[in-house]
Design a protein around this ligand. Structure first.
Ligand SMILES: Cc1ncc(COP(=O)(O)O)c(C=O)c1O
Length: 402
């Protein structure tokens, strides 16, 4: 069982007076929906578009694939499709979703490093040509089920500190990558390059630099052995600024661009962010169903909890979403006296408690609506109906600038 995260970062912008515009932006959109039952997730796709434009302007040498696992909302995918180069998928269901939306299979990379034979066969039948592997065994499965497929080898790199780690489960040791790519070629596959993932919400900039440099060394080594690979796919992991402690894309882009400059000039780079494209685009609106004092500490029982949307609290051990009160934001009384609250969910489990130390106006009461910000990634997609509670409905507004 996790310990309830304390959350100094929840103080974020709203305590610094910069919050007014941000809150007004969302209050307006929430009001436009009328009287909607909570909980619901409201996405404004213009923000996903803005994130893509930011990526394009700061990381212009990197192709952009969207990891749809973060938020597979068909409305979001269809709206941003013309702005991105392709998609990272984890399963056949994700491939089918994209094809159903009219996407071309040539833009889909099946990057789950270990797949069933049935999934590989089906993906190949659906026209997917690019796969990821991390072992001889997986290379053999791909060679048999998707004859002549293009492959990248997933390499285990040092995770960014505090990120959700992937290295315990994924990636071959860097020193095995060259042999694996040579083997892939020998058994009829087309080796294209190297991929890695330094962890989701990877805020440690040096981890990015080290991983890119190591991947460049692998490319050089493989090329010397006569296998002409050209791609480094740096995975997802671009962090969201849940708080001012998290680095901005400006800071990360400087590090990534410097690292790219340090390697051979003829490498094609790909990134496949999920969280970065969609977290900022949404808020979750939830209602306080009860306020109680427990041992002198005020608790807010919400109509949404860990099981319906905030599963990442289990993964990260913290609740990183800034929260504000809709009533107070509407009345421009955001500077009302504050109190520190515990936020818990509606189920009969105590582990459904998301956060303690969340500063909110002290007179929050039953029936108030709270707005959980930056919650568009890895929330509703994790949702379960545990205890009979509904996963938030999804509402989408906004248009993407071309
Ligand atoms: C292979 C791969 N690529 C990209 C992503 C997206 O990562 P993030 O949402 O941290 O950007 C993931 C996340 O699980 C992944 O497994």
């Amino acid at each position: 069982m996790h310990s309830i995260p304390s959350s100094t970062q929840l103080l974020s912008k709203q305590q610094k007076g910069e919050a007014g515009d941000y809150q007004r932006f969302w209050v307006k959109r929430i009001e436009q929906l009328g009287d909607c039952p909570t909980p619901f997730l409201l996405s404004d796709i213009s923000i996903a578009g803005r994130q893509i434009h930011l990526f394009r302007s700061l990381l212009s040498r990197i192709s952009l694939f969207y990891a749809i696992k973060a938020n597979p909302s068909p409305m979001i995918i269809s709206s941003i499709d013309h702005l991105i180069d392709g998609y990272d998928v984890a399963s056949v269901a994700e491939i089918e979703l994209l094809l159903g939306l009219g996407m071309d299979s040539s833009r889909i990379s099946y990057n789950n490093p270990v797949k069933s034979r049935e999934s590989i066969t089906r993906a190949a039948e659906l026209g997917v040509k690019r796969f990821v592997f991390q072992s001889r065994e997986e290379a053999e499965k791909i060679a048999q089920c998707a004859i002549g497929a293009e492959v990248l080898v997933r390499v285990k790199m040092q995770d960014s500190k505090d990120a959700q780690s992937f290295s315990s489960k994924f990636g071959c040791p860097p020193e095995d990558a060259a042999q694996l790519l040579k083997y892939a070629k020998k058994i009829g596959l087309k080796p294209l390059g190297v991929t890695f993932h330094v962890g989701s919400q990877a805020t440690e900039l040096q981890a990015w630099r080290n991983a890119i440099n190591k991947a460049q060394l692998i490319v050089t080594e493989v090329r010397k052995s006569g296998v002409d690979i050209r791609i480094i796919n740096m995975g997802g992991g671009i962090p969201v600024q849940y708080s001012n402690d998290d680095p901005s894309l400006y800071e990360l882009a400087k590090v990534i661009n410097d690292a790219i400059d340090e390697g051979p000039s003829d490498i094609d780079y790909i990134a496949e962010p999920g969280r970065f494209l969609t977290a900022d685009s949404s808020v979750i609106v939830t209602t306080v169903i009860g306020r109680e004092d427990r041992d002198g500490v005020p608790w807010l029982y919400l109509d949404i909890g860990i099981f319906q949307a905030f599963m990442e609290v289990f993964e990260f051990g913290r609740f990183f979403y800034p929260v504000f009160s809709l009533r107070h934001a509407k009345n421009a009384s955001g500077r009302a006296a504050q109190k520190s609250f515990v936020l818990t969910g509606p189920t009969c489990d105590s582990c459904d408690t998301m956060a303690k130390g969340v500063l909110l106006p002290s007179d929050i009461r039953e029936g108030d609506k709270l707005v959980v910000c930056k919650s568009g990634a890895y929330t509703t997609v994790y949702g379960s109906n545990f205890n009979g509670f509904e996963i938030p409905r999804v509402k989408v507004v906004g248009v993407v600038d071309v």
